[in-house]
Design a binder for this molecule. Sequence first.
Ligand SMILES: NC(=O)C1=CN([C@@H]2O[C@H](COP(=O)(O)OP(=O)(O)OC[C@H]3O[C@@H](n4cnc5c(N)ncnc54)[C@H](O)[C@@H]3O)[C@@H](O)[C@H]2O)[C@@H](O)CC1
Ligand SMILES: [K+]
Length: 491
Amino acid sequence: MRYALEDMLVTPAEMAAIDKDAADSGIDSFSLMRSAGMAVSAAALRLFPAASRFVVLCGPGNNGGDGYVAAEALAGSGAQVAVYALGDPNKLRGDAAKARSACRLGVIDLEAYQPQSGDIVVDALFGAGLARDLPDAVQKIIERVNASRVPVVAVDLPSGIDGRTGEVRGASFAAAHTVTFMAAKPGHVLMPGRELSGTLEVFDIGIPARLVAARASDLRINGPAVWRQYSGGLRPGTHKYKRGHLAVLSGGLTSTGAARLSAAAGLVAGAGLVTLGSPLEAAAVNASHLTAVMLKEIGTAADLAEWLRDKRLNTFVLGPGFGVGKKARDFALMLCDRALVLDADGMSSFQQGREELFQKIAESGGQVVMTPHEGEFARLFPEVGADTSLSKIERAQVAARLSHAVIVYKGPDTVVAAPSGRAVVNVDAPAWLATAGSGDVLAGIIGAHLAQGMPAFEAAAAAVWRHGEAGIRAGRTATAETLVENISPLP
Ligand SMILES: NC(=O)C1=CN([C@@H]2O[C@H](COP(=O)(O)OP(=O)(O)OC[C@H]3O[C@@H](n4cnc5c(N)ncnc54)[C@H](O)[C@@H]3O)[C@@H](O)[C@H]2O)[C@@H](O)CC1
Ligand SMILES: [K+]
């Protein structure tokens, strides 16, 4: 499958290798820096045409080099420009030194900068080369600029954001706009980096796309390009059995709503048939709320075993409102050879004894998707959740490898990862999607995709995207019910 550069996520280490490959292939690295700096100056002028002064803050590496190019270009356009530098600009090396000497502006020590109303800061202190927490003096300047509310245009990354993880290394600018080069980095899409990057512009500085693609791993921004090849077959109007049969398992008398939300979402998202498997005690309350969703009494493991003799019953959602305990564990282990969304209580039931589940998933060759939020992730994968050296993407990848399941690690920056290491990050879910029952709706959409034959990774990625779209359509006052109503057809 071919991807456009705009879908790709490239880690800083991969980007450094791409830069080196570009230089080795004969491309002049200074011309790349010039393109980068020119793009930054164009963005600053386009976004802030009424600035009284552009203040370019230049660091000790190539990010600073981009800053000197931008400063010279801004001055050349007739704008007022001041340059402040961290460290001695005479110690710059390579392309950055070249950029410094081609810039005719004087340089002031960074610590002297006092933000003034009308300033626009161009942040060229650190980019992909940030390797540790920022020095205190730099943190102070960043805090001063943030407090002044002077708008910031960041070069490559807001200084202080770790490009691999999106974490803040001591302090970070909160940029209005970030111009990065060739491809977005994980730090632009993972929180809090995503929020602190402002609007993101990915500018092509002229490194051939094949050099970028050759180094990039299978890490993408979630969107239709990732799963469109599987969504074409999900046409309304196909016979209902061909659109798959989704079964959702209900909790007891006082906790039935969550499973009904999953079932309703599954139906709207395109499953041909949806059946709610309910214990007898909850059957009446479920029946009084259901119309298009069918109902079947499933109270015990024996009931489930009998039901599983119907092989058309290919997909299950287990967990929403189900209750934590032995029954959930028994049911989950019985369902590992089908397509299964293991959500909420379904996962939490394996806080102890996860090895049996993971082994069963590996052996039975089903398609299992697990959907932990932060708390559930920490319960099921405590050692992974506690490893602060890993990015959220890396944590999801490790969990997928350990469990043999596709992991949907939920949050404002949901990551979907497969055991192979393939991963996507979702970027456009609105904040108000974090509403009660929202996860139940997501589980139902994933179930609908699985029931229609999408492979687990694509089913999950497409569902996360569609869930976000439903949130956007439902608006700020979204509830789980209005999310269901706003699930739109897959593109
Ligand atoms: N190589 C390329 O192809 C291109 C790279 N470009 C720019 O180059 C940047 C990467 O350049 P570099 O690799 O030089 O990295 P940076 O300029 O981001 O920073 C590296 C410098 O900062 C120091 N440093 C790292 N963390 C520090 C900390 N916490 N406190 C104090 N000093 C610290 C390093 O020792 C090094 O001197 C990109 O972000 C991008 O802006 C652009 O010029 C476009 C072309
Ligand atoms: K920067």
